[in-house]
Design a protein around this ligand. Structure first.
Ligand SMILES: C[S@@+](CC[C@H](N)C(=O)[O-])C[C@H]1O[C@@H](n2cnc3c(N)ncnc32)[C@H](O)[C@@H]1O
Length: 205
């Protein structure tokens, strides 16, 4: 299995994650999940579930599998799940770039702040699309770089620093979307001043 990240930053900081990153991400992840039309019995995969900050927002009538390669991050998520008796949620180790599920398995695949972290985001995208059922939806929240060459260059200047913290500033949406058998239904900033983008895509044309 792939290492969580070359720098192991998330594994090493797992116990501090909720206080540092979680605080910034939790509200918008819950808002995004709350706005989706999740139906009873639907099967959901959350890739890179981390410490499980999004888990509380899944209704108990869906079946959720959360995967992450970092045992340290996963243990935090397992703690939350046990405490809340989330019997509709299964948590296990896994690599976004090599998902251990058959084709067409899930109604929804979620990924929040993971795509810029994995070494091969295009492979992650292909894997997420593969395990989605035809017509199923992929929900991504991440920081995508601008298509504007000047803004892309400016963003690239901080990349050496963000790479140390665990993510790239050089990933554009088109780098992972082009050529995939998906239809992008939504690609917009989470809010006017947010640096994060929400992308919703349906498998199929
Ligand atoms: C910024 S955290 C986001 C965690 C969670 N999704 C959230 O929103 O709080 C990035 C997560 O990606 C995970 N990750 C790193 N490499 C991965 C891979 N190859 N496959 C799946 N997850 C990975 C890290 O272990 C970490 O939990």
């Amino acid at each position: 299995m792939a290492e969580p990240h070359e720098s192991r930053v998330y594994s090493d900081l797992a116990h501090l994650y909720d206080a540092i990153f979680g605080r910034v991400f939790v509200d918008h992840e819950h808002e995004v999940l709350g706005a989706l039309n999740l139906r009873p019995e639907q099967k959901i995969l959350e890739v890179g579930v981390g410490t499980g900050i999004a888990l509380e927002a899944y209704p108990r009538y869906v079946q959720v599998v959360g995967i992450d390669p970092s045992q340290e991050m996963l243990e935090q998520a397992i703690g939350k799940s046990r405490e809340n008796r989330w019997t509709h949620i299964e948590l296990k180790r896994g690599d976004a770039q090599q998902l251990e599920f058959p084709d067409d398995s899930f109604d929804w695949v979620m990924n929040f702040h993971v795509m810029t972290v994995v070494p091969d985001p295009l492979r992650m995208m292909s894997e997420m699309v593969r395990v989605l059922k035809p017509g199923g939806r992929l929900v991504t929240v991440t920081h995508f770089a601008s298509n504007n060459p000047v803004l892309f260059f400016l963003g690239s200047l901080v990349n050496p620093v963000t790479k140390l913290l665990g993510w790239t500033t050089r990933l554009r949406a088109r780098d992972v979307v082009d050529g995939q058998p998906i239809t992008v239904e939504c690609l917009e900033r989470l809010s006017r001043f947010s640096v994060h983008t929400l992308m919703v895509a349906r498998k199929g044309s």
